[in-house]
Design a binder for this molecule. Structure first.
Ligand code: SAH
Length: 232
């Protein structure tokens, strides 16, 4: 069933011009049943009750149906704190992290990163990618993608893990789902020793992802893959 993200569930929901256009391309007609979700966890069935000609300027309208229980969220919220990466690599990370169930992506400025900032347009694009990926993975929650903060501003509530080559500890030995989780993954240049020390002092545990060196865009997926493999 086609999934439509709306800003809020309401008795009647007008759709954006872009979404209306998309429904037309899919050749969905008035009367079609769709699913709506608000990105915050609420989901319901809905019926397309109006789909105007693009020339009229008015888009499409949905009428709310029954609430649907969507239980695709992890038992505790997962935050992925990931260093800024070059080019379009963050798009792939955000897309896959959404599929793997994160509730927040916190972008991080780190000492050895090739990139220290991202533009507003890129942040908007990453948020759009998260919305699309949540649709695709049938989540009712769209992860937040938070603007970059310096690593020193990161805090920890719950369990925290930091991927760092050469660490002895293993995520899978310590992970439990009793508390929110934060996973931290570094830039191409790796974390500076002082950064590892600062995170460890906050309570993050440095963990290995095996003896091979993973690319900065692969490491977050290896961390999240370990969570996904717990099957929840
Ligand atoms: N240039 C660095 C490697 C950076 S890899 C060096 O030579 O040490 C980029 C990031 O991926 C790292 O900061 C870390 O967070 C993660 N990473 C890559 N391979 C890893 C591994 N085998 N174990 C743990 N973390 C790893």
């Amino acid at each position: 069933m086609h999934r439509v993200k709306v800003s809020a569930l309401a008795r009647v929901m007008p759709l954006s011009v872009g979404e209306a256009q998309h429904l037309r391309v899919l050749r969905l007609g008035v009367g079609t049943q769709v699913r709506v979700f608000d990105g915050q966890g609420a989901e319901a069935s809905a019926t397309l009750i109006r789909l105007d000609d693009p020339a009229s300027g008015v888009g499409a309208m949905l009428e709310l149906g029954e609430a649907v229980v969507n239980d695709r969220e992890t038992p505790q919220p997962v935050t992925l704190a990931v260093a800024l990466l070059k080019g379009d690599k963050l798009s792939d990370v955000v897309r896959a992290a959404t599929e793997l169930g994160v509730s927040t992506v916190q972008l991080l400025q780190t000492r050895h990163a090739d990139v220290q900032e991202i533009g507003d347009q890129k942040l908007i694009r990453l948020r759009r990618i998260a919305a699309e990926a949540s649709k695709q993975s049938r989540r009712a929650v769209t992860p937040e993608v938070l603007a970059p903060v310096p690593l020193a501003r990161l805090t920890l509530s719950g369990q925290g893990f930091l991927a760092h080559p050469g660490s002895a500890a293993r995520l899978t030995d310590t992970l439990h789902w009793q508390m929110p989780l934060t996973l931290v993954s570094g830039p191409e240049g790796g974390f500076a020793d002082a950064e590892v020390a600062a995170l460890t002092a906050l309570g993050f545990m440095a963990v290995t992802l095996g003896p091979r060196i993973l690319r900065a865009e692969t490491a977050p997926l290896a961390l999240l893959g370990a969570l996904a493999a717990t099957g929840v």
